[in-house]
Structure formats: structure tokens, C-alpha cells
Ligand binder design. Structure first.
Ligand code: GUN
Length: 289
């Protein structure tokens, strides 16, 4: 069994991006500026945004975090979006999801200037992705495609089973993996919470990607011997032995599943760092455009 080291591969990508940003700076070109909008006080979102801001600084990008209380109104948030759209110093920005329940997500995402939508969540960018046109690709699915490619995993002709149909991960990944393109060309099955007897499908996967949002959902009996497993889940679990008092676990029961796999991503250190690397790449694309 091989560990797919997302932290290392993301580190390589970040070095490439840092070199490109330094080259641009040397030519007197603009340093990319990413803004991250965070609404409310969801602990996981706070960590994700802090990591994104930190990663920008590490590659020489400018980054700004904008925080708003959960009580912010839809109108106030739309005003923030309009300001970011008009601000020439901002090359790209993201609105961290989930948003508080009283704010309609699609209305906020639909207001983002598609040219600054480095998360690739605007309907224009989603539509372009579906058609295979140049677009900002959503960070986690793009990171998974890149991770598999850089680890040397062949995808053409393979059966890729995706578990979870979110707009952020499962649905776009199912589209990317089935495209007629290098790093894709899979036969894709998309499973979700209403799929009866999910094991029937997961146990046929050559490549199994799990983004269902349920800790240790995938057990050893659900995985084919020799499969490649990609775990998108990230959950905090109390731990008596960890210094912090908790440990992170994914959607896959790693200890039981790993021995059956030809390769598997760990949590943490698998998909998470690749999501950030993809976001940085999109931001560099945004300034270059
Ligand atoms: N919430 C979970 N993943 C993501 C992501 O990739 N982008 C944003 N904006 N919110 C998220």
C-alpha cells in the first residue's frame, strides 16, 4: 500500500507557484491578491480560511481575510460582493461555505464576478466546466485530479466511484473524471445518501473518492482489493492521547481500509493541502488574465 502524500505534492505545486509569482514581481507585474470572506464562527471554516490566507503569504501572494458576524444580512453581504467585484486590487475571492441559513447561497455565489470566482462556484464557471471550456475549476475536485496525476495513477478506462454529490466536491468531480481528456476518461458512478446498498458500487471501484461527510463511512468490506482510495472527509474526534484533545478522521476507516488499497490518501495531509494549492493556482490565473 502506498500513501498518496498530498502535503508533499501540494508543497511542490506551491514552490512552482512561488517561482512564477517571483518571476512576475521581477518583471514589475502585479502580485496576485486573494480575498477570503468568512461569515459566522464555524470552527472548521475558520481553520480553512486561516490556512488559505497563510498559504497565500507562503507563496508571495497578497491575501485578505474579511470576517462578518452570523447576523450579517443578505443585503450587506451582497454589498460586500459588489465592492470586491469593483475593486481592481482584488484579483480573486472566495466566500467560505457554508453560509448561515438565512443567506441564500446561490444568490451570493451568483453575484460573484465570474472573472474573480477562483472557487469556480458561479453558474458560468460551472457551465464552462461541464462543457470542457477553459474555466476556474473548483478547488477540491481539481486538487484530486492533480493529486492522482502527480502520483502517477492511471485513470483512463478505470471505474471511478464517487460517494457524495455536493456541488463543491462530488458532482463536479464526477464530471471531471468522466471527461474525454488526459487525467480523466474514467467510467464514473456517482453514489449518494439515497443510493441503496452503496457497497455494491464502492466494491467495484478502481478509484474510490469519498466525500459524503460522515466519519469512517467506508469500511474495509466496501473496498476492492488493490483499489485507489481518496478521502475528502475531515472530522474532529475527541482523543485522549492527542495533545490538542482531538484527532482528525476522514470519511474512510483508514486503519481497516488502507491494507486493502494499492494507494490511499491520509487525513490530514491528503486532499486538504491540494484544495489550497488549486485555489492558489486559480488566483494566479486570475491575475494573469
Ligand atoms: N467549504 C468547504 N470547501 C470549500 C471550498 O472549497 N470553498 C469554499 N468557498 N467553501 C468551502
Amino acid at each position: 500500500m502506498e500513501l498518496i502524500d498530498g502535503k508533499k505534492i501540494a508543497g511542490e505545486i506551491k514552490e512552482e507557484l512561488a517561482a512564477e509569482i517571483a518571476r512576475r514581481a521581477g518583471e514589475g507585474k502585479k502580485i496576485p491578491h486573494l480575498v477570503a470572506v468568512l461569515v459566522g464562527d464555524d470552527a472548521a471554516s475558520e481553520t480553512y480560511v486561516a490556512n488559505k490566507v497563510k498559504a497565500c503569504q507562503a507563496v508571495g501572494m497578497k491575501s485578505t481575510g474579511l470576517r462578518f458576524p452570523a447576523s450579517v444580512t443578505e443585503e450587506q453581504l451582497l454589498e460586500v460582493i459588489d465592492r470586491l467585484n469593483d475593486d481592481d486590487d482584488v484579483d480573486g475571492y472566495i466566500v467560505q461555505l457554508p453560509l448561515p441559513r438565512h443567506i441564500p447561497e446561490e444568490k451570493i455565489l451568483g453575484r460573484i464576478d465570474p472573472a474573480k470566482d477562483v472557487d469556480g462556484f458561479h453558474p458560468c464557471n460551472v457551465g464552462k466546466m461541464v462543457l470542457g471550456l477553459p474555466a476556474y475549476l473548483p478547488a477540491t475536485p481539481a486538487g484530486i485530479v492533480e493529486l492522482l496525476a502527480r502520483h502517477g495513477i492511471e485513470t483512463a478506462g478505470k471505474h471511478c466511484v464517487v460517494v457524495g454529490r455536493s456541488n463543491i466536491v462530488g458532482t463536479p468531480l464526477s464530471i471531471l473524471m468522466s471527461r474525454k481528456a488526459p487525467r480523466a476518461n474514467c467510467t464514473v458512478t456517482l453514489c449518494h445518501s439515497r443510493t441503496p446498498d452503496i457497497k455494491t458500487y464502492t466494491s467495484q471501484a478502481d478509484i474510490l473518492v469519498v466525500a459524503i461527510g460522515s466519519p469512517r463511512f467506508i469500511t474495509a468490506d466496501m473496498v476492492k482489493e488493490g483499489a485507489v482510495v481518496v478521502d475528502v472527509g475531515m472530522h474532529r474526534e475527541p482523543s485522549a492521547t492527542a495533545k490538542s484533545g482531538f484527532r482528525l478522521v476522514g470519511d474512510v476507516d483508514f486503519d481497516a481500509v488502507a491494507p486493502r488499497c494499492s494507494a490511499i490518501t491520509p487525513v490530514p495531509g491528503g486532499v486538504g493541502p491540494m484544495t489550497i494549492a488549486s485555489l492558489l493556482r486559480n488566483t494566479l490565473l486570475a491575475v494573469a488574465r
